[in-house]
Design a protein around this ligand. Structure first.
Ligand SMILES: [Zn+2]
Length: 318
């Protein structure tokens, strides 16, 4: 009797299975659309629910009391800490930890960095890089004519080219450390001088760095003047400039030292600012270095070294 019932149920379910199969095959398009809609809806709901959630990727993300590296840090978060974003300010996130419900601030670009293994003082910094000059003379940029900057001794090569190339190397080297970098220009255009401090104020930059090459003597003549120099104007730019001055001692063309100078980009900014002259473009033996990618990369390594020591000295870390 039991055997009979079992076989009966089996035959019945087999018949039902065949019916379902038949129905599915004849309604293939409808079934496909239904599955697609279900998956999409689920994905949408899932992403909406998780929109404000992040998980820290590097180790050592600082949990601060305000949106900037100058605020006190109360914890160093381990990789994989779950956070809920409450607010975003200039790239900083106000977050709530899901493990202990504490509220604080993290640098968004640090917390979500895929490249960084361990966050450091320099990772939390925001840096404005200003490659000096730019644009084609005679062509207008915001009502101003383009500006080549100074020329090499033979008049064929322009400062604007090497400020941009060097700045790109500096940007790459800083980004490798996790820092957030804004370039005032990344092509051959002229940026009005006052736009540069404006950008620094907008992001509350930790350093504004202008890149130039020196020139001495007549317009197209050669000079024997040699070496790099560094400038600041306001007192808050002095420690930054001092750190870069020490780092830039290791260059083959020599270091002329640092000084105070009232350049517009240094004067019109409240953030720490410095201007670097990275060699004499119309000194042929300086220019031999300036034009090479090796020199540009060496300079960027030294600048990162100087900034690392600067930020290590004045950033409170947990
Ligand atoms: Zn210049």
């Amino acid at each position: 009797m039991l055997l009979y019932v079992t076989i009966f149920i089996h035959i019945k379910s087999l018949r039902r299975y065949n019916m379902i199969k038949k129905w599915l095959l004849s309604n293939l398009i409808g079934v496909g659309i239904t599955i697609f809609v279900l998956i999409t809806t689920f994905g949408l709901v899932f992403s909406l629910v998780n929109k404000n959630k992040i998980t820290t990727r590097p180790n050592n993300v600082q949990f601060r009391q305000g949106p900037g590296r100058q605020y006190k840090s109360t914890a160093a978060l381990k990789r994989g800490t779950n956070l809920i974003i409450l607010k975003k300010t200039r790239g900083w996130y106000q977050v709530r930890r899901t493990d202990n419900e504490k509220i604080g601030w993290v640098a968004g670009w640090v917390a979500e960095s895929n490249a960084l293994r361990t966050a450091t003082a320099i990772s939390e910094s925001t840096i404005i890089l200003d490659p000096g000059h730019g644009g084609k003379p005679g062509q207008e940029y915001n009502g101003l004519s383009g500006d080549n900057g100074s020329s090499s001794a033979n008049g064929k090569f322009f400062e604007k080219t090497y400020t941009l190339r060097t700045a790109r190397h500096i940007r790459n080297a800083l980004q490798e450390q996790g820092a957030r970098v804004f370039m005032t220009r990344d092509k051959d255009v002229l940026i009005p001088l006052l736009h540069i401090p404006r950008l620094a104020e907008k992001y509350q930059a930790d350093a504004q760095i202008s890149i130039h090459f020196d020139h001495a003597g007549n317009e197209n003549g050669a000079t024997s003047a040699s070496g790099v120099s560094q400038y600041y104007y306001h007192q808050n730019g002095k420690p930054l400039t001092t750190a870069l001055n020490s780092a830039l001692n290791d260059l083959p063309i020599g270091n002329r030292g640092m000084d105070k100078a009232q350049y517009v980009v240094l004067d019109r900014v409240s953030r720490p600012a410095t201007l670097l002259e990275l060699g004499y473009i119309n000194n042929p033996s300086n220019f031999k270095y300036i034009r090479t990618a090796k020199y540009q990369k060496d300079v960027s390594k030294l600048i990162v070294r100087g900034l690392t020591s600067y930020f290590n000295q004045n950033t409170e870390m947990k």
